[in-house]
Design a protein around this ligand. Structure first.
Ligand code: ATP
Ligand code: MG
Length: 386
């Protein structure tokens, strides 16, 4: 890091003043030393003896006078003190520069980074500050992305609510304006359409409500010990009839030992229901839906799989995005909102797990990985004790 011209001058003056002060101290110390030696003949003789004994040695070492040795030692001390003071002052200037840079960043110049490369002691400070600014920028960008997707969501929701509502108002309006002159068959048809649209709206509002709940960080979970084996069997049984009507065979494949996990039973049931319903609704040309559970280490893997036509790879990436529906399933017949998988993902993450989607020409599968025990989620209560 380069210092400014002014700082170099200050450093120079600091050096001059320090040298002046040190020379004065040297002079005082040396004078006092000389005075001490001259006033104590014993010490002077001692020094003489030492010098003589060294001179007598085989190499005949030539020794300076002790005055010169004292001056030499004093100068070495001076150089050390001077270097130490100058280095300290230099570090202070460096800190001043870093603080200036910090102020500059704090004024809102978040693209700026402290460009200096300093020594081992100060570099960690600069690295931490730069990392902090990076994190701050990332947090702001994330916040903006959330804002944007909230806006998008409001637009989507208003659109999805307005479409059925417009039809409801239209059909009810026809009945209302006819003043009872419409043939009963028409009244029945119109009111039926209005009713179906109203149900569609309710399902969207329910989904939205649930989605908003799942998104809350402190989502309330009622953790209980549940038999996953029972849950999957019951779910398969409850969809049996619907599956039969569509010529789909629904089956569970679970280990012989009953699997118990800790989790929120309602939320988990809702999650698997959505996966099974999706298989039934969107699994084109599907002949089976399988619920497969396996245990690996401290996690249980539950796969909900169906055969039939694959979901395009491009779409698989977006399946968990809210309101996302694969183009082919946008028909009003299936009537989904595209929130099911977003809710499912929220539920799985709240349990500390993970959900994955895979699809190829043979099989479309959603894999839910859940920890068997809920360590992070308090309020755990054993259902068997109730
Ligand atoms: P909701 O679940 O809220 O009623 P949805 O079923 O449309 O609405 P998601 O459950 O999030 O919403 O599913 C998103 C989309 O993923 C579906 O619209 C469908 O296009 C696609 N999809 C999901 N599961 C399957 C599947 N098993 N086979 C083919 N496509 C699927
Ligand atoms: Mg769904």
């Amino acid at each position: 890091m380069r210092l400014t011209g002014k700082e170099y001058w200050l450093l120079f003056w600091e050096a001059i003043v320090t040298i002046g002060a040190l020379l004065m101290i040297d002079w005082a110390v040396l004078t006092m030393l000389a005075h001490f030696i001259y006033s104590n003949p014993g010490v002077e003789n001692g020094i003489f003896e030492i010098k003589r004994s060294i001179n007598i040695g085989p190499q005949r070492i030539k020794i300076w006078s002790y005055q010169w040795i004292a001056i030499f030692l004093a100068l070495i001390c001076d150089i050390l003190v001077l270097t130490w003071r100058l280095i300290r002052r230099y570090h202070l200037y460096q800190m001043g520069h870093i603080i200036q840079e910090l102020h500059y960043i704090a004024e809102g110049n978040f693209k700026h980074r402290i460009p200096y490369k300093l020594g081992k002691r100060l570099q960690p400070i600069i690295d931490s500050v730069n990392a902090l600014v990076d994190a701050q920028i990332k947090a702001r960008e994330d916040e903006r992305a959330v804002e944007r997707s909230k806006d998008e969501m409001i637009t989507n929701v208003s659109h999805d609510l307005r479409t059925p509502l417009t039809s409801i108002i239209g059909y009810l309006g026809l009945i209302e304006s006819s003043q009872g002159h419409l043939p009963p068959a028409d009244v029945k048809k119109y009111s039926h359409t209005a009713y179906t649209k109203a149900i569609q709206m309710k399902s969207l509002v329910d989904d939205l409500f649930e989605f908003a709940q799942v998104q809350q960080l402190d989502m309330r979970m009622k953790i209980k010990k549940i038999s996953l084996t029972d849950m999957l069997d019951q779910l398969a049984a409850s969809f049996e009839l619907e599956a039969q009507n569509k010529h789909i065979k629904i089956e569970t494949m679970v280990p012989t030992n009953e699997i118990f996990i800790e989790g929120d039973p309602d939320k988990l049931a809702r999650l698997f229901m959505n996966l099974i319903q999706n298989g039934l609704k969107y699994g084109e040309k599907a002949t089976y839906i399988r619920l497969i559970a396996t245990i690996e280490n401290k996690y249980v893997h539950i796969i909900v799989a169906n055969d039939g036509i694959a979901i395009p790879q491009e779409a698989v990436k977006h399946l968990f995005d809210r309101f996302y529906r694969v183009e082919s399933s946008r028909s009003p017949k299936t009537g989904g909102t595209g929130l099911g998988l977003a809710i499912s993902q929220g539920v799985v993450e709240a349990h500390g797990g993970e959900i994955l989607a895979r699809s190829n020409s043979q099989i479309t599968e959603f894999e839910v990985i859940l920890p068997i025990e809920q360590k992070g989620n308090k309020e755990t209560e054993d259902a068997s004790k109730k």
